[in-house]
Design a protein around this ligand. Sequence first.
Ligand SMILES: Nc1ncnc2c1ncn2[C@@H]1O[C@H](COP(=O)(O)OP(=O)(O)O)[C@@H](O)[C@H]1O
Ligand SMILES: [Mg+2]
Length: 279
Amino acid sequence: MLLDAERAARLQQPPASPAPDPSAGVQSATVLQSTGLAKRFGADKPVFSDVSFAVRKGESVALLGANGAGKSTLLRCCLRLIEPDAGSIKLFGRELVGAPASALRELRARVGFVFQRHNLVPRLSALSNTIHGALGRSESARLWPPLLWSQALAPDGLRAEALACLARVGLADVASRRADRLSGGQSQRVTVARALMQQAEIVFADEPAASLDPAAGAEVMALFADLNRREKLTFVYTTHNLAHALEFSDRVVALRAGRIEIDAATHSLRAEDLKGLYG
Ligand SMILES: Nc1ncnc2c1ncn2[C@@H]1O[C@H](COP(=O)(O)OP(=O)(O)O)[C@@H](O)[C@H]1O
Ligand SMILES: [Mg+2]
């Protein structure tokens, strides 16, 4: 597959000689900052408390932890899809906690979300599903929404843009195929194309590989890593898969017993460092 071939070629190349970087020494902007976040459900013991971490523009962060550690809850709290009990969440520098619905909508429109199970419209084509990404874009408010429902009705410019998004995830050749005729891996890649169409500045993904077979799962993770490196797209994804976290992320933030146990650059970690998360 092209993606794998590209990755292999890149791995064989010596690292590019460091070009003078005008932003050298300047850390890239923080896009997400969670401070002192806490959540409990009812009278249960807290899922987590005092969780603080930051994600910088262009990073690829794996949120790691055993099943039930609270990864999905934390990811959803970061968009207030689940209301945290305490703490602050700054997204693109703006406070989400207590923000009115209109501000929340505006901020969420800048975030792509990829779930464990793709949520495509089964009877529509990959292309139509990708075009749906434009629904949340502010300039789409001027369009009659049904025009964005099917590629057949969509303005030419948007259709061409959606095709380009499918090409960026390696799926230009199945643009006209119905979503329910795609493989699991292809479907998940369409959800990524839809996030690209949305012009998301950060993509949150909750166990994007967990419902796929191992090969398709690794392919989707490789796609994230590729888009992150090639297009500097920011990714935050949960995974319980150590190997995926180690191979595909820049940084690992690991939850255990309701706290952040590890927050470190991935290259500084070995598999042994992470085994304790499952104890
Ligand atoms: N809506 C909910 N109501 C009650 N308990 C929940 C709810 N969602 C998650 N939990 C509990 O919170 C804990 C963390 O769940 P979750 O965030 O799904 O973990 P992970 O994604 O790491 O597997 C688990 O004990 C789970 O049972
Ligand atoms: Mg989960």
